[in-house]
Write a protein that binds this ligand. Structure first.
Ligand code: NAD
Ligand code: UFG
Length: 338
C-alpha cells in the first residue's frame, strides 16, 4: 500500500520542485491544489523528471469535507502545506482574502489532520515574518514583526500551529522560513511561472533576458549596501525542496517536535550581482535602469542557516551561477510558461 505525503499547493513553484525531491528520496507525493496559481500541465513534466506523475486532487484546502474524504480514503503519513497566496501587494489590497486563504486554509487543514490522526506537518513560512531585522544573518530567535498582511498571515499560522503542538502530544510540526527561492529544476522542465508582470527579481530578469520585457528597473541604487542596491539571501529552489525532505525525515523520526528553521544560504547578494550572474548564465544583456526605492523594501538581509545544518543536516549547496543557469534553461525553453 502506498503511503502518501500530501502536498498542498504541490502544482505550484516550490511544491512541484519538492515533489521531485520527495520522489527522489523514495516518498510518494499526492498533490492537493485548486490550481488558482498553477497549471495541471506540470504533472506531465513531473512524470518526465521522476518517472511517474504524482496524483492530483483538484480542490481547495479550505474544503473540510474534501479533506476528510482524502484522509479517509488515502493512506497519508504526513502533509507538506504550500497552498497559499503570496503577493505582498495584493495582501495589502485584500487582506481578508489572504487571511481566509492562508490562515483559515491552514486551520481547516490542521483540524482535518487532527480528526484523521495525521500529526506530521511541514509548513511554508517565510523570512518575511522578521520584517526589518536588527541584524543579519537573522537567527530564528530574532524578533518577528511582519510589515504586511501576507507576512502577518504566515506568523499567525506559525503561532496557531505552535499552540496546537502544545495542546496535545504527538504532533511533529516544522515551520520553515524561506528566504528568496529562485532557480528551477536542472532539466528546465519545471520552473516559476508568474501570471502577469512579475513582482520578484529573478523572474523579471529572466523575462528581460528572453526579450519579453524591455528592461529591469532596479528598485533603489542608494541603499547602504556595497553597490547601493538591495541585498537578499537567494536560495536555489531545489536546495529548498531538499530542505523539505530533510525536515520531513527529521520530523518522522521524532515522537513529537516543534521546529522553526530558516532555509537560506547565509549569504547576501545584491540586485546588480544577480543581474550580472544572469548575464553570464544566459549570454544575453539585461538592460536596466536605476529607479526609486520600492515602498516597504528592506535594504539588506540574509538568514542564519546554522539551525538547519545542525538539526536537519541540511545546507544549501547550489551557487548563484547555478540558480541563474537553471532559471535561464527554464525561461528560454518555456518562454510562455507551461
Ligand atoms: P505558488 O503560487 O507557485 O504555489 C502555491 C500553490 O498553492 C499554487 O499551485 C496554488 O494554485 C495553490 N493554492 C493556493 N491557494 C490554495 C487553496 N486555497 N487550496 C488549494 N491550493 C491552493 O507559490 P510558491 O512560490 O510555490 O509558494 C509556496 C508557498 O511558499 C506559499 O505558501 C508561499 O507563501 C510560501 N513562500 C513562498 C516564497 C516565494 O518567494 N516564492 C517565499 C516564502 C514563502
Ligand atoms: N527588485 C528590483 N526590481 C524588480 C524586482 C525586485 O530591483 O523588478 C529588487 C527588490 O527591490 C529587492 C530584490 O530585488 O531588493 C528582491 O526583491 P523580490 O521582490 O524578488 O523579493 P523580496 O525580498 O522583496 O520578497 C520575497 C518574496 C516575499 C518573501 C520574501 C522572503 O516576494 O514574499 O522574499 O524573504 F516573503
Amino acid at each position: 500500500m502506498k503511503n502518501y505525503v500530501l502536498v498542498t499547493g504541490g502544482a505550484g513553484y516550490i511544491g512541484s520542485h519538492t515533489c521531485v525531491a520527495l520522489a527522489a528520496a523514495g516518498y510518494t507525493p499526492l498533490i492537493l491544489d485548486n490550481l488558482c496559481n498553477s497549471s495541471a500541465k506540470v504533472l506531465d513534466r513531473l512524470a518526465t523528471i521522476s518517472g511517474a506523475a504524482p496524483r492530483l486532487i483538484e480542490g481547495d484546502v479550505r474544503d473540510r469535507a474534501l479533506l476528510d474524504r482524502v484522509f479517509a480514503q488515502e493512506p497519508v503519513q504526513a502533509v507538506i502545506h504550500f497552498a497559499g497566496l503570496k503577493a505582498v501587494g495584493d495582501s495589502v489590497v485584500d487582506p481578508l482574502l489572504y487571511y481566509d486563504n492562508n490562515v483559515n486554509g491552514s486551520l481547516v487543514l490542521a483540524a482535518a489532520m487532527r480528526a484523521a490522526g495525521v500529526r506530521t506537518l511541514i509548513f511554508s513560512s517565510s523570512a518575511t515574518v522578521y520584517g526589518e531585522p536588527d541584524e543579519s544573518p537573522i537567527p530564528e530567535s530574532a524578533p518577528t514583526r511582519p510589515a504586511n498582511p501576507y507576512g502577518r498571515s504566515k506568523l499567525m499560522v506559525e503561532e496557531c500551529l505552535g499552540d496546537l503542538y502544545r495542546s496535545e502530544p504527538g504532533w511533529r510540526i516544522a515551520l520553515l522560513r524561506y528566504f528568496n527561492p529562485v532557480g528551477a529544476h536542472e532539466s528546465g522542465l519545471i520552473g516559476e511561472h508568474p501570471q502577469g508582470k512579475p513582482n520578484n527579481l529573478m523572474p523579471f530578469v529572466s523575462q528581460v533576458a528572453v526579450g519579453t520585457r524591455p528592461e529591469l528597473v532596479v528598485h533603489g541604487g542608494d541603499y547602504p549596501t556595497p553597490d547601493g542596491t538591495g541585498v537578499r539571501d537567494y536560495v536555489h529552489v531545489m536546495d529548498l525542496a531538499e530542505g523539505h525532505v530533510a525536515a520531513l525525515r527529521h520530523a518522522l523520526a521524532q515522537p513529537q517536535a516543534l521546529l522553526t528553521v530558516n532555509l537560506g544560504t547565509g549569504r547576501g547578494c545584491s540586485v546588480l550581482e544577480v543581474v550580472q550572474a544572469f548575464e553570464r548564465a544566459s549570454g544575453r544583456p539585461v538592460p536596466r535602469t536605476i529607479g526609486p526605492r520600492r515602498p516597504g523594501d528592506v535594504p539588506a538581509y540574509w538568514g542564519d542557516p546554522a539551525a538547519a545544518a545542525e538539526v536537519l543536516g541540511w545546507q544549501a549547496r547550489r551557487t548563484l551561477d547555478q540558480m541563474c543557469a537553471d532559471s535561464w534553461r527554464w525561461q528560454s525553453g518555456n518562454p510562455e510558461g507551461y
